[in-house]
Ligand binder design. Structure first.
Ligand code: EPU
Length: 454
C-alpha cells in the first residue's frame, strides 16, 4: 500500500537546518513536557503487526525514529492513521503483506528497529527481510543474540549481500533461551516472537527495563500470557492469535534525565512534566549525590542545584535497575562543574565516551581510559569493554565549534554549549530529532539563546 507524505504527523519542530549557533552562559529555567518513551513506542508499534485487529498507541513522541518505524509498517501494509487525541496513532494490520527488500531498505534509515520485525513477520508471512542495521555510532552493536534466539524458535537465517533473509518453513516453536547478557533488544525480540510461537518459552537473563515491562503490558492487552519470575526469568505461553491493544506509552525517562542534567549543568531550574520517580530511582540517587535537588510532584519532577559547585561522584552504567548508559553523557557535562574528580565507568557500550573530546575543546578536563580504570572493586565484572572517564572540575567552559556524534552525545554537546560562556556552533544537530520531540521549541521555552544558522 502507499501513503503520501502529508498523511504523516510531522515533528512540529524538526530541525530545519543542521547547524545552530548557541550563545551560552545563562541558566535554563522553565518547564518541559516529556511524552511517551522512544524505546517503548517504537517497539509497541512493531507489536501491532501481531494483532488481528487495530491497535491504538497514545503519547507517541513526534520523533524521527517513530517516523522510520511507521514507514516500515506501512511498506508491509499496516494502515496508520491519527487517533482520537493528539499524539495517538491507530495501526490497522489487516492487510499485512510482504514488502520488497528495496522498499524496506529505503525506509529503514539509520535505525536498528528493523531487526525487531523478524518474529512478527515470520508469524504473519513466514518470511522477513532485514537490511543492514544502523543506529547511533556508540559501538559495534552486534545482533548475534537476536539471531541465536530466532534460530532457537526454528527460524532459518540466511545472510545475503544486502542484509538478512529469514524464513520459518515449519512455523515457530517455544524454546528455552539464555541470553549471554540482559540485552534490551534481544529480550524484546524474544517477547515479540514467543507470544505467538507454539508452546512455552523460558527466557533467562532477560532485560527488565521499565520499557520492557511496558511492552509486556502491551502484549498482555493483546491476549499474550507472560509471567515475570524472579532472577530475570520471563515465561511466555504462546497463543494462536492476538488482538489489537489500546495503550498509553510509559514516559521517556531518558529525556527526563537529559533535562534534569541540563538544569544541573546550567544552574537553572527545570520542571519535567510527565517524569516519574519510580523508573528514575538510580538516576535520582546520583543526581542528589552530585549536588542536585529535586522535588517529586504528582505530575512531574522539579530539578535544580542544591550546591554550587557541584559534588564529584563515581558512577557505573548498568542494565536496569542500575544507572542507564543513556544518562551518563548529559551527567558528564554537569560533572565538569563539580568540585573534584568524578569517574564514570561505561559498561554497556564500547564507545560511548568519545563525545567528551568536544567537551575538552570547550575547556573541560576529562581523561578517557579506553580499557577502563581499575580503581576499586568492580560490581559488574561481565565485560572487557569497559571504558572510564575521569572528570576533573570545576572547569569553566567556553564556546567552540563542535560536531554531534550521536543522539545522547549530541544532546550533551548542546547542554555544554549552553553552559559555556560565549558562542558555540553545533553541527549535525538533526540527529537529535531521532529522540527529542520539539527540541528547539523546548530549548526556547527554557530561555536558551540560539539561532538555526545552517
Ligand atoms: N549486544 C550484543 N549482541 C546482541 C545485542 C546486544 O553483544 O545481539 C550488546 C551490545 O553491543 C551492547 C549491549 O549488548 O554492548 C547492550 O545492548 P542492548 O541490546 O541492551 O541495547 P539495544 O537494544 O541495542 C536499547 C536502546 C538504547 C539503550 C540500550 C540500553 C532502543 C532502540 N535502544 O538498545 O538506547 O542505550 O537499550 O538500555 O531501545 C538511545 O536511546 O539513545 C539508545 C541508544
Amino acid at each position: 500500500m502507499t501513503t503520501t507524505a502529508t498523511d504523516k504527523p510531522q515533528t512540529t519542530d524538526a530541525p530545519k537546518g543542521d547547524v545552530i549557533l548557541i550563545r551560552g552562559g545563562r541558566p535554563l529555567n522553565g518547564q518541559v513536557d516529556v511524552k511517551g518513551a522512544k524505546n517503548l513506542a517504537t517497539k509497541a508499534m512493531v507489536a501491532t503487526l501481531l494483532g488481528e485487529t487495530a491497535s491504538t498507541l497514545r503519547d507517541v513522541p513526534g520523533i524521527s525514529d517513530v517516523d522510520v518505524v511507521r514507514s516500515l509498517l506501512e511498506v508491509h501494509g499496516v494502515k496508520v492513521t491519527e487517533g482520537d487525541e493528539p499524539g495517538s496513532l491507530v495501526f490497522d494490520p489487516s492487510d499485512v503483506e510482504s514488502a520488497h527488500f528495496e522498499e524496506i531498505d529505503a525506509h529503514a534509515g539509520a535505525s536498528r528497529i528493523p531487526i525487531l520485525f523478524c518474529g512478527p513477520l515470520l508469524h504473519r508471512l513466514g518470511q522477513a527481510f532485514i537490511p543492514d542495521l544502523g543506529g547511533c555510532r556508540i559501538g559495534d552493536r552486534p545482533i548475534g543474540f537476536h539471531l541465536d534466539a530466532l534460530r532457537k524458535f526454528g527460524a532459518i537465517v540466511e545472510k545475503g549481500e544486502q542484509g538478512l533473509r529469514l524464513s520459518a518453513p515449519n512455523g515457530l516453536r517455544g524454546a528455552t533461551i539464555h541470553l549471554p547478557y540482559p540485552s534490551v533488544g534481544a529480550t524484546e525480540q524474544v517477547l515479540l516472537t514467543a507470544v505467538r510461537a507454539e508452546g512455552t518459552t523460558e527466557l533467562r537473563n532477560a532485560a527488565i527495563e521499565p520499557e520492557i515491562m511496558d511492552l509486556i503490558g502491551v502484549l498482555q492487552k493483546m491476549g499474550a500470557i507472560i509471567s515475570y519470575e524472579p532472577n530475570r526469568v520471563i515465561l511466555i505461553e504462546g497463543v494462536p492469535s492476538l488482538r489489537g491493544f489500546d495503550h498509553r506509552s510509559i514516559f521517556d525517562r531518558n529525556e527526563a534525565a537529559s533535562w534534569a542534567c541540563a538544569a544541573l549543568a546550567t544552574d537553572g531550574e527545570i520542571f519535567v512534566k510527565g517524569a516519574r520517580q519510580y523508573e528514575m530511582l538510580a538516576f535520582l540517587n546520583v543526581f542528589r549525590k552530585a549536588g542536585g535537588w529535586f522535588d517529586v510532584r504528582e505530575d512531574g519532577i522539579l530539578f535544580r542545584r542544591e550546591t554550587t559547585p557541584l559534588k564529584p561522584v563515581v558512577v557505573e552504567t548498568d542494565v536496569h535497575p542500575g544507572f542507564m548508559t543513556d544518562w551518563q553523557q548529559p551527567l558528564i557535562v554537569a560533572l565538569t562543574q563539580a568540585n573534584g574528580r568524578s569517574v564514570v565507568h561505561e559498561t554497556v557500550y564500547e564507545n560511548r565516551l568519545g563525545f567528551t573530546e568536544a567537551l575538552n575543546k570547550m575547556g573541560a578536563n576529562i581523561v578517557v581510559h579506553p580499557h577502563g580504570l581499575q580503581d576499586g572493586p568492580r560490581r559488574v565484572p561481565r565485560r572487557d569493554l569497559e571504558q572510564a572517564a575521569e572528570i576533573f572540575g570545576p572547569t569553566p567552559l567556553h564556546g567552540a565549534n563542535i560536531e554531534v556524534p550521536d543522539l545522547r552525545g549530541g544532546y550533551s554537546h548542546v547542554i555544554a554549549a549552553l553552559t559555556a560562556e560565549g558562542e558555540s556552533t553545533v553541527s549535525g544537530i538533526t540527529i537529535l530529532s531521532r529522540g527529542y520531540e520539539n527540541f528547539f521549541d523546548k530549548l526556547r521555552a527554557l530561555g536558551a539563546d540560539f539561532d538555526v544558522i545552517g
